[in-house]
Design a protein around this ligand. Structure first.
Ligand code: PHE
Length: 339
């Protein structure tokens, strides 16, 4: 075979092998086979001395040309392999496609309202404390001056569990727990769930939330209670809100009051939400009854205090204009996402 033919054959074979590769690894193997130090092209150079004298120059040039050609072919092939695998990637990941939306959670409106209420009192120096939802009859009633046969016990209708255990019907038993552990002076707010066997309707639920307040020191008067609640109303419902106290009865406070805030929907003029009264009842309050102090071993001649308890659902409903309490418990994201 003439030396020209030999080069031609190597060239054709090499190009066929290069074109047959489908990956960079395969291409590298072909490159090593032809262009490495012990490869086929180097072998051709080594054969140069054995070539007929008159063919040597053209054979030498021919090998160099072949080497250059193969380098070009390898480069083209590797570009092609890269761009093909790149386009496969581009098909798998369409970077122009909008990213899937990540839903970011929000606080439940009850959690949010409860937190807002506690924040207002925290700024006035009240500590936030909690108590258990399963209580003793003693903490829920007796120690709060509600003896077994007392008719007011009916107003705190209760889920009994067994023996002396029940689901607390208000957050007031945490007053007892706290005062058994701490001496005056102190001021606390207590957020939490309470339970009453009420039939569920637009304004009642067997479970709802309260925030209890209690401030005890050596010279606390009704004026301090009014101050705290005025501050609360203006922070929670706006600086224009007014507060009024109506005489009431609670076994654990004396005197007691129901507290109204001016209707924030109609600014006190009278509307559907406040039943044309201009006022909305938001909480119960009063001065701690001496019998409650006695039950926890605090001297009622030395100390005095006020307490209040408010319904969180009711406040949230008033604040956000929600007309059905059941919406809070249905877990409908269309409702919950609005807060
Ligand atoms: N515990 C009372 C209730 O559930 C509210 C209240 C608390 C009233 C503290 C006076 C003082 O209705």
């Amino acid at each position: 075979m003439g030396s020209e033919d030999r080069l031609k054959r190597v060239e054709e074979e090499a190009i066929r092998e290069i074109d047959a590769t489908t990956s960079l690894d395969e291409l590298e193997t072909v490159k090593i086979k032809y262009l490495s130090r012990k490869g086929i092209v180097s072998q051709l150079f080594k054969d140069l001395p054995n070539i007929q004298e008159d063919e040597k120059p053209s054979f030498g040039k021919g090998i160099n040309r072949l080497k250059e050609l193969l380098n070009q072919e390898l480069k083209q092939r590797s570009d092609k392999i890269l761009s093909e695998s790149g386009s496969e990637l581009a098909e798998a990941v369409d970077i122009t496609m909008p990213a899937p939306r990540r839903d970011i959670g929000v606080l439940h409106p009850i959690t949010k309202t409860m937190k807002e209420i506690c924040d207002v009192f925290s700024h006035m120096g009240f500590a936030v404390v909690e108590g258990p939802e399963i209580e003793t009859e003693y903490n829920n009633f007796e120690a709060l001056n509600i003896p077994v046969d007392h008719p007011s016990r009916d107003t705190f209708d209760t889920f009994y569990i067994k023996d002396k255990w029940l689901l607390r019907s208000h957050t007031s038993p945490v007053q007892i727990r706290y005062m058994q552990e701490h001496g005056p002076p102190f001021s606390i707010v207590v957020p939490g769930k309470v339970f009453r066997p009420d039939a569920v309707d637009a304004s009642h639920s067997f479970m709802f939330h309260q925030v209890e307040g209690l401030m005890v020191s050596d010279n606390i008067t009704f004026a301090n209670l009014k101050w705290a609640l005025f501050e609360f109303a203006s922070a929670c419902f706006g600086p224009a809100s007014k507060v009024r106290f109506r005489p009431h009865f609670f076994p654990f406070t004396e005197p007691s009051a129901e507290v109204d805030v001016s209707c924030m929907i109609c600014q006190g003029r009278g509307c559907r939400v406040c039943s044309q009264k201009g006022w909305l009842e938001i909480l119960g309050a009063g001065m701690v009854d001496p019998n409650v102090f006695k039950a926890v071993g605090i001297d009622p001649d030395k100390y005095s205090g006020f307490a209040f308890g408010m319904g969180v659902e009711r406040i949230a409903m008033l604040k956000y204009g929600i007309d059905d309490i059941r919406l809070f418990y249905e877990n409908d994201l269309r409702f919950l996402n609005q807060f």
